[in-house]
Design a protein around this ligand. Structure first.
Ligand SMILES: NC(=O)c1ccc[n+]([C@@H]2O[C@H](COP(=O)([O-])OP(=O)(O)OC[C@H]3O[C@@H](n4cnc5c(N)ncnc54)[C@H](OP(=O)(O)O)[C@@H]3O)[C@@H](O)[C@H]2O)c1
Length: 322
């Protein structure tokens, strides 16, 4: 298989490189594409050095799969050229997620949707993947009708620059220097920012609406009601989500725990924490209890958003196509 990573130098692109190797994808050619700034940088894949090339209109000729790890504007710019080349584009940005003819896929949940693609397959939003991974097995025994979510999102969700900003601010505070905020709108060191992305007309942020809209598409349930608050926290890696949900049928806590315990890609644990799920593909779920207000259930889950929330999920989608 001939594969390219578009955005190979970024947080997700670098993780894709490892995931391709870990998941034993048979590769005859691997191209690493990024901006002109990165030309000449070298990365190891299966002990072989590969040099980064500048992504251009004709970079995709002869490829089978392009894994996208660039922002939405770049994704929209390159998608027509990828389509023209005949390669399947598995995109991590939000550019095409809600398009009717673009499957939005979490392999454990709706892997078969990938086969309906017309050239583009979208990887869902990272918090959406981690949240739905936690509850997809419950949704199988009784349809989930309502979700209330609050996310605690790591700085690496904003890419390599997000990590640098947190580390620089912590260092500057320790050295009594003035801090600068460029990636995040406010100071992130020793703080929480209850806004990720722009605020829309309905007072939700774009990030919060991704969780609401994408959940319905992945669960094939247009009536699913979701509300969400997304918060950036000073954690390097791994998002956490506080989830309350209601099902059509009443279930016991034991039924919920058993369903989650037996779901692929998920680990039931007492106290999931981002520090423990960093650099893991598994989503950890715990603190399962009744939610008396919603007349449903509440839980806490954590997952590495660069891995299962992005790179791992995208590489698993390749396997759905076989
Ligand atoms: N980080 C996460 O946790 C996460 C999770 C889920 C989804 N995503 C999504 O995944 C995508 C990548 O995110 P990221 O966090 O990996 O971002 P990132 O660390 O900022 O990396 C961005 C990548 O895009 C490349 N790029 C920028 N301009 C380009 C151009 N003109 N032509 C070709 N490549 C260009 C960069 O190359 P240079 O190094 O050459 O600039 C770099 O490889 C985004 O759509 C993001 O929303 C991210």
């Amino acid at each position: 298989m001939k594969i390219a990573i578009l955005g190979a130098t970024g947080a997700v692109g670098q993780q894709m490189l490892s995931c391709l190797e870990e998941q034993n994808i048979e590769i005859t050619e691997l191209k690493l594409l990024a901006s002109a700034r990165s030309v000449g940088k070298k990365f190891l894949f299966k002990e072989k050095e590969i040099e980064v090339e500048e992504a251009k209109e004709n970079s995709f000729e002869g490829l089978d799969i392009v894994l996208g790890a660039v922002e939405s504007d770049m994704s929209k710019r390159f998608a027509p050229f990828i389509k023209k080349s005949g390669a399947i584009y598995i995109d991590n940005s939000s550019a095409f997620r809600m398009n009717e003819n673009v499957p939005l896929v979490v392999p454990e949940i709706n892997g078969e949707d990938a086969l309906k693609h017309q050239g583009i397959i979208a990887n869902p939003n990272c918090s959406t993947i981690i949240s739905l991974m936690a509850i997809y097995a419950v949704n199988k025994i009784s349809k989930i009708t309502h979700i209330v979510a609050s996310t605690y999102q790591a700085v690496s969700g904003a890419g390599v620059n997000g990590i640098n900003e947190l580390e620089n601010q912590v260092r500057d505070i320790m050295e009594n220097k003035k801090i600068t905020s460029e990636v995040f709108s406010e100071q992130i060191a020793y703080n929480c920012i209850p806004q990720i992305s722009e605020i829309l007309e309905n007072d939700f942020t774009a990030e919060e609406m991704k969780m609401q809209n994408e959940g319905r598409k992945i669960f094939h349930n247009p009536n699913l009601k979701v509300t969400c608050t997304c918060v950036r926290v000073p954690v390097i890696r791994s998002h956490s989500i506080s989830l309350s949900f209601k099902t059509e049928k009443k279930l016991s806590i034991d039924e919920i725990k058993n369903a989650i315990k037996n779901s692929k890609g998920v680990k039931l644990t007492d106290l999931p924490m981002p520090i423990n799920t960093s650099n893991l593909d598994l989503v950890e779920v715990g603190r399962i209890r009744k939610d008396e207000v919603l007349d449903g259930y509440a839980l806490w889950c954590c997952g590495d958003q660069v891995r299962k929330g992005a790179a791992t999920n995208a590489v698993q989608i390749i396997k759905c196509l076989k």
